[in-house]
Every structure is written in C-alpha cells, then in structure tokens.
Design a protein around this ligand. Sequence first.
Ligand code: FAD
Length: 391
Amino acid sequence: AKARVAVVGGGYGGATAAKYIRMLDPAIHVTLIEPNEAFVSCPLSNMVLGGFRGIGDITTPYTGLAKHGVEVVRDWATAVDMTTKTVALKGGSKVAFDRVILSPGVDFMWEALPSMASAEAQAAVLHAWKAGPQTVSLRKQLEAMPDGGVFVISVPLAPFRCPPGPYERVCQVAAYFKAAKPRSKIILLDENADVISKGPLFKKAWTDLYGGMIDYRPNSKAVDVDWKGRTVKLEFGDQKGDVLNVIPPQRAGDVAKPFITANNRWCEVDWTTFESKAHKGAHVLGDALQVAPLMPKSGSMANGHGRICATAVVALLNGEAPNPSPTLINTCYSMVSDKLAVHVTSVHKYDEKDRTMKTVPGAGGVSAAMNEAEGVYTMNWARNIWADALA
Ligand code: FAD
C-alpha cells in the first residue's frame, strides 16, 4: 500500500514539508490539514499595519500544493492519536497516517493576562501575531485613532514567534503616524531587558527616522489588561493608550500539546529528522519547537525545518538512513520604513556529539546600516519563500 503522511498546519513549516515530500517521492500520499482557505503571511504583515501593503499582497492560495498532488483538507485537526495512527478532524472524519508532521505554530498563554480570557476582551485588544483578520482589524484601529493619540504595544519575554517582529512593527506604525498623524506617540513596553534582535539597528531607525515618537521601555512586564479602560497593567505601574496591541506569551499550538516536552510550552525533536522526543512516528516543525541555542522562531527557519523533515521522512518511509548532519540557514529581514530594511542571518549545523544544532562561527551577521537595497531583497525573499512553500 501507498505510504501515507498527514501534515497538520499549512504555514511555513507544514506547507513546505507537504510539497517537498511529494516532489521527492510521488509514491507517498500526503494530506495537509489546514482550516484557512488561503495562506496569509506573518512576514510583511507589519507593512499592512503601516499601510504600505494590503492583506491581499501577503495572501497565497493553497491551489499550488494541489498541483504537486498534496490532498488539501480544509478543517481543524482536533487530536492526533499515535496508537491508531489517525488525526481526528473537527468535521468528524479521520485521516490515517504512517507518519504525521505537526506545524501548528503558536497559541497564546492567556492565563498570563487573566482579564483577557473572554472572546470580548480578545476582540477589543488585538495581538495581530497571527496574520489575517487581526492584522486588518488592528490597521483599522490605527486608522480610527486621532492625531495625538497613543499606541501602546507590549512584548513578552523571549522566546516568542519572530524576535525582531515587535520592533519592526513599531517602525511601521511610526512610519504611518509620521505621514498621517505626526502628533501621535508610541509606547513600547518590553518585558525583555533590551531589544532582543538587531537592537542597535532598530534604535538608530527609531531615532533617525522617527525622532522622539517611540518611547522604549525595557523591563516592562504586562501582568493583565484592563481592556475596557484601555490600560496595560504592568508589574510596576499601568499604561493607558488609545490603541493597545498586547502580544501575549506563547507556546506550541494546541494540537501539539501531547508532544510538549520542554517547560510545558515547546516540543523537542531529534534535529536530524524532526521526530518528536515524545512519540516516534510524529514530527514537529516551526514555532512549536524548543529552539536550539541562538535559533529564532521564524518563517525562514520553519521553511528549512520543512525541507529537512521532508527529506528525512521520505528516507525513513523508504527504509533508508536520513542525513546525519543537516544544516539550516536563517535570514530575517525587517522593514524599518516603507523602503528601508535591515537583516540578521545565521547558519546552524547539526553537532553529532552534542545532538543539537549549533551556529557556525563566522557565518551570518547583521546589516551594517539600514538601506534601500535590502528593502528590495526583503520583497524578493518573501516572493521566493512563498513560491518555495506553496507554488
Ligand atoms: P505558521 O506559519 O503560523 O503555520 C501554522 C498553521 O497551522 C496555520 O496556518 C494554522 O491555521 C494551522 N493550524 C494551527 N492549528 C491547527 C489545527 N489544529 N489543525 C489544522 N491546522 C492548524 N519570520 C521570518 O522568517 N521573517 C519575517 O520577516 C517574519 N516576520 C514576522 C512578522 C510578524 C508580525 C510575525 C507575527 C511573525 C513573523 N515571522 C517572520 C515569523 C513567522 O511568521 C513564523 O515563525 C512562522 O509562521 C512559523 O511557521 P509555522 O509553520 O510554525 O507556523
């Protein structure tokens, strides 16, 4: 019988894995389970908040995967049963597999912000940390804010999805305010002790491009949100604003719960195959993973995970040995205005002795300064990775 692989989640990790398995071995049947009609990219979604892109510019249909013979099932996976080797779907049916790959991204630890538990609260104070309807709604809130208003964004302690993301976001919102509402202010409440990615580059952009508009407050831990009073409750003091954007702490997506092995939050894997340390036959990719040292939770990384995992799964299903020492490359661009960008890049190689991914010394680095050429590279990076994962 044909070998069957079920993939849960059609984001950067899952879509890539599904497509690459089909390209490497068309004899394998691949079912991708994803509730969304189309893929909406978190990378570049901050530009939608800035008003420089529309949501349509960051949306790609799943039809490209069907062309590779991936069976795309539009549904939620509610449970993964490793005994019967089936994924249960919300719609009531089941998908059988020989191996399962989970790339569900993150879900939020709302328990860290008690008053945010209700759907009403979550509709009023947005995270926009999953691209889609929340991105559009947060943009509308920014548009409705009067000139002279205050935008308050709060950032959880690392690790979280996209280390440079919050700092890019304030650049994009500042670019919008500078053009449309120059008397407005941005207060960046950061639970971390300092900007955790590309710090000097972001700080220079904030000063040189946006003057005194951005008020950066490190060591500011959000402990709750008075969403009716539009106030972020901090460990020390409160901060009121006109538009609040609270990014809660995160953990592996709900469906990956049985595979969580680290700190009640993340899933650990064998880095040569991405096979779960909790269950043989299950693989986990992307943001849901417990990262190796200096490894970010990024789309760039999840895409690389998807390719290594696909290669390993095809080898294992064909009774072959997987590559014993894979390499991952990460590049994260950030748009600091409508045209200027900065980047950070790193190379991670499997260390067979310590059984983890380690950064390759001397490889990688950051931009010397923000520049327009990298703004063009950012758009090319996005087009290329969307094509690699989905076309
Ligand atoms: P996702 O891409 O989120 O995919 C998860 C998918 O699983 C989703 O489609 C979801 O619908 C689906 N899913 C979840 N649960 C279920 C279920 N139970 N059943 C079926 N399907 C399910 N990374 C970069 O490399 N470069 C950037 O410039 C960059 N910018 C970013 C900016 C912002 C504002 C944010 C928030 C993130 C950014 N990232 C960036 C990070 C990047 O988006 C993530 O690291 C990446 O999406 C992780 O891929 P993933 O496959 O783990 O999860």
